[in-house]
Design a protein around this ligand. Sequence first.
Ligand SMILES: [Zn+2]
Length: 415
Amino acid sequence: MNMATPPEIFQLLSQRLASYRQDIIDWQRELVRRNAVGPDAGGPGEGEKAAYLKELLQGWGLRVKNYPAPDNRVDAGDRPNLVAYLPGRRPEKVWVLSHLDVVPPGEEALWHSDPYDLRVEGDRLYGRGTEDNHHGIVISLLAVRAFLDLGFTPHRTIALALVSDEETGSHKGLGYLVQHHLHLFAPGDLIIVPDAGNSQGTMIEVAEKSILWLKLTVEGRQGHASRPRLSRNTLRAAAHMIVAFEALHQEFPLEIPLFDPPSSTFEPTKKEANVPNINTIPGRNVFYLDCRVLPEYDLDRVMARIKEIGEEVARRFEVSLQVEPVQALQAPPATSPDAPVVRALEEAIKTVYDREARPQGIGGGTVAAFFRQQGLPAAVWMTTNDTAHQPNEYCEIGTLIDDARVLAHVILNSD
Ligand SMILES: [Zn+2]
């Protein structure tokens, strides 16, 4: 029934995609206004956003299934994981996996407008989540919409996965799906995760660093700030530990050019509140490290060194230290740079952007690791402004349309 040749069909899809500017704004507005911060970050979860998308996609005639992960910290009692299909002629799928959750806005004063109220400024759409990860959601909606509106049946089934909990470990998101519903995915499927990339759209992420998130609890003795000798100041001890951890860069010095940045990173991040008043020496301090470690290093060894370095400082300040992993994910084998999904993306990027894409490794730790652990080759790709997690996060309508063209090209040309 499709009498046109693939290049002609691609032209039609490409033109059609350019006509969805208002739809993009409408979808982004609806997505942005539904706060989908996960409960680990103090939010209500992804329920409302998932309900909106489920209704939208069902309204288009797509089959949508939810694979909820139980979680009694949210009102609904579970975290949604939606899978939607636009059936092709063959059961093999082109997957586009995006995440529903967002990170909190951070310091609200840094925002020039309400983070949960979409602001349109020319081609730019501002709001929490517009880039991370509504970019992925919207380009997959666009691709589906274009195939539907033109009445083209794709070779492969187009499958959208809209998952929870990406920002806080994926235990209730893709981690849950691959653990309990692995049958959804097949090794012959093309799996695209539009959740990282570069501004040129030329970075196809195929390898990741291991992720190690550690909670460090320093226990000392609380007391009056005027008489420090009667106390054990845990904030001072924690500060010295953080400085001592700088040595990790020398202890794990490997650099691999496939990765950006090429070396392992060890960043102190969150610190829990301690005493509410200035004149009390805190007897307890809790802080966190976010380590992104090259796959060549064993995470157990890294954690052991962090413990040793921290305990050495703890002894000096006569406090105790407890180190607990919050997340420890040893990096899985990379997706081959020759995998069909990588080749298909390279070809599509060449066609749409007239640029040569390059397979790379990153330290971001995307959900693709869960696929790779199961031997499913997944490629992470999108064109990004690098505003994820920042105030005044934005995306650009033109870029969304072009990235949707890349998806359409992959879908059209995969046999
Ligand atoms: Zn993301």
